[in-house]
Design a protein around this ligand. Structure first.
Ligand SMILES: C[S@@+](CC[C@H](N)C(=O)[O-])C[C@H]1O[C@@H](n2cnc3c(N)ncnc32)[C@H](O)[C@@H]1O
Length: 217
C-alpha cells in the first residue's frame, strides 16, 4: 500500500486553516465563548477546517434539506446553515438546552436562525419522527458515539440519491485500532457496518478526528 503520511504540526494546521475559508469573526467568537463557558467540553466543537468543509459540502450537493445530530454550541450547524439557500432548512437534534442556548445566539448573530429548527430530546426518537421518504440532501452525525448505528440507519433511507452523510470522530484519536472504551468499540463497529452498507459509496478522510462521507446510491 502506498502511504503519504504527513504529521500535522500546529504550525501547519494554522496554515491549512488560513488557506481554506478561515473562520470569520462570528465563528471565532463562538469558539472563544465555548472555551470560556465550557472549558471541559469545548473540544467537542468541530475543527475550523471541518466547519469550512461542511459549508463547502452543503453547497456542493445543493442542499436545501439538512439534518444535524449533535449540535452542542453550534459550530457545525452554523457552517451547514451558511451553506444552505435562504429557503433551505436544517433540523438539529441535541439533548442539551444549556449547550444549544449558545448555538441559538450565534445563529441569530449570523442571520441563519430562520433556516434552523432545533429539537431537544434523544436523537434516535426524534429521527424516527422525521418523514420517511428520501428527502434529505445532507446529514451530519456528531452526537453520542454509541448511537451512531441507529442514527445511520434512520438517516440512510431518508437521504435522496446523491445525498451526503458526514460522520465525525470515526478514528477516535487512532483508538479504532485498539478500542479502550465503549465509545471506541461503538465507532469501530460502526465503521465496519458503514463499510458493508451497499446503499452508500463511502470515503473516510483524515480530517480532524476522522470524517466519513457517505453518498447515497
Ligand atoms: C460532539 S458534540 C457536537 C459538537 C457540534 N457538532 C459542534 O460542532 O459544536 C455532541 C453533542 O451531542 C449531544 N448528545 C449526546 N447524546 C445525545 C443524544 N442521545 N441525542 C441527541 N444529542 C445528544 C450532546 O449534548 C452534545 O451537544
Amino acid at each position: 500500500m502506498t502511504m503519504k503520511p504527513l504529521p500535522l504540526t500546529e504550525e501547519l494546521h494554522t496554515y491549512l486553516v488560513a488557506h481554506g475559508s478561515p473562520p470569520d469573526e462570528i465563528a471565532q467568537a463562538l469558539t472563544e465563548e465555548t472555551i470560556a463557558l465550557l472549558p471541559e467540553d469545548a473540544r467537542m466543537q468541530v475543527a475550523p477546517e471541518q466547519a469550512a468543509l461542511l459549508t463547502f459540502l452543503t453547497r456542493l450537493v445543493d442542499a436545501r434539506q439538512a439534518v444535524e445530530v449533535g449540535t452542542f454550541t453550534g459550530m457545525s450547524s452554523l457552517a451547514i446553515a451558511r451553506g444552505l439557500p435562504a429557503d433551505g432548512k436544517l433540523t438539529c437534534f441535541d439533548i442539551s438546552d444549556e449547550f444549544t442556548s449558545v448555538a441559538r445566539r450565534y445563529w441569530d448573530r449570523a442571520g441563519v436562525s430562520d433556516r434552523i429548527e432545533l429539537r431537544i430530546g434523544p436523537a434516535a426518537e426524534s429521527l424516527r419522527a422525521l418523514p420517511t421518504e428520501p428527502y434529505l440532501d445532507l446529514a451530519f452525525i456528531d452526537a453520542d458515539k454509541i448511537g451512531y448505528p441507529v442514527y445511520w440507519d434512520e438517516l440512510v433511507p431518508r437521504m435522496r440519491p446523491g445525498g451526503l452523510i458526514a460522520v465525525d470522530n470515526v478514528l477516535r484519536g487512532g483508538r479504532v485500532l485498539a478500542p479502550r472504551d465503549e465509545s471506541d468499540r461503538a465507532i469501530a463497529a460502526f465503521n465496519d457496518m458503514a463499510r458493508a452498507d451497499e446503499r452508500v459509496d463511502l470515503v473516510m478522510l483524515p480530517v480532524a478526528d476522522g470524517l466519513t462521507l457517505g453518498r447515497r446510491r
